[in-house]
Ligand binder design. Sequence first.
Ligand SMILES: [Mg+2]
Length: 305
Amino acid sequence: MKKMLFVYNPNSGKAQINEYLSKILQIFSAADYEITVYPTKAQMDGHEKIKMSDGKYDIIVCSGGDGTLNETVSAVMEHKISKPFIGYIPSGTTNDFARSLGISGDMIAAAKDIVDGEVMGCDIGRFNGRYYNYVAAFGAFTEVSYATPQEFKNLLGHQAYVIEGLKSIPFIKPTHMMVEANGEVVEGDFLFGMITNTMSVGGFKNIAGKNVKLDDGLFECTFIKTFEAASDFNKLINAILYKEGKNPNIFHVKTDKIKVHADKAVPWVLDGEFGGEPQDVQIDILSNAVNIIVPRKYYDMQVKN
Ligand SMILES: [Mg+2]
């Protein structure tokens, strides 16, 4: 029998896991898994549980929002004896990463896909030594991200949430920074930056760039410099969301390593959680660092591309 650790956040999203738990466990049981179930009690509790389970399980399935997945992946990254597969049943609202992996928002469908799915090697970002799955950012969205209570995010929905983030751009004080990637150094006063491994951010599909792959060892970076005229703001929004034309205020790059030096401390957000206020940031990409189970249909699509 294959051994599974099932870690879930009972309060995530609208707590819908409580409605589906028995059905989900039946799906895993029918697929011959011996299941250990662990409802988390607090933040980082799931991380600790998974970290201590090194070598004990073939697969770790987590259910919750971005935070739960981040805790799971970070904990598996610390496993020394064996690296279990990771399955994910999303329950939060802004599950950009799950969407990028083709994972269903329907909990029962997501559980079935874990049983029938394929293993995909997925890249992981390391931000000053701390692991993240799909987005590290400062400025715009970030202020909205941790200033906005979860209930309000649920109410707003993805798009409204991103619009709020973009609307905040003119009010953000720029920070003088040096950004170094692929041997290129860009210096200026920046309002916003993000280093992502995802097809969508805040529900917007094109925002991270085109030809995004989660297992190519590269993350997409977008940095926005300060700008003056309000008319520029419209161009900027078009350039960010739809990649229309070249905008001198925007720096796009794909890379496996990036360094940011700021003149002052800057708050960052990692996968939607507060990531500290470092002046110096080094991000490197760990290629195919974890094995995530994705729906077979999605896997076939990736292989064909
Ligand atoms: Mg990539």
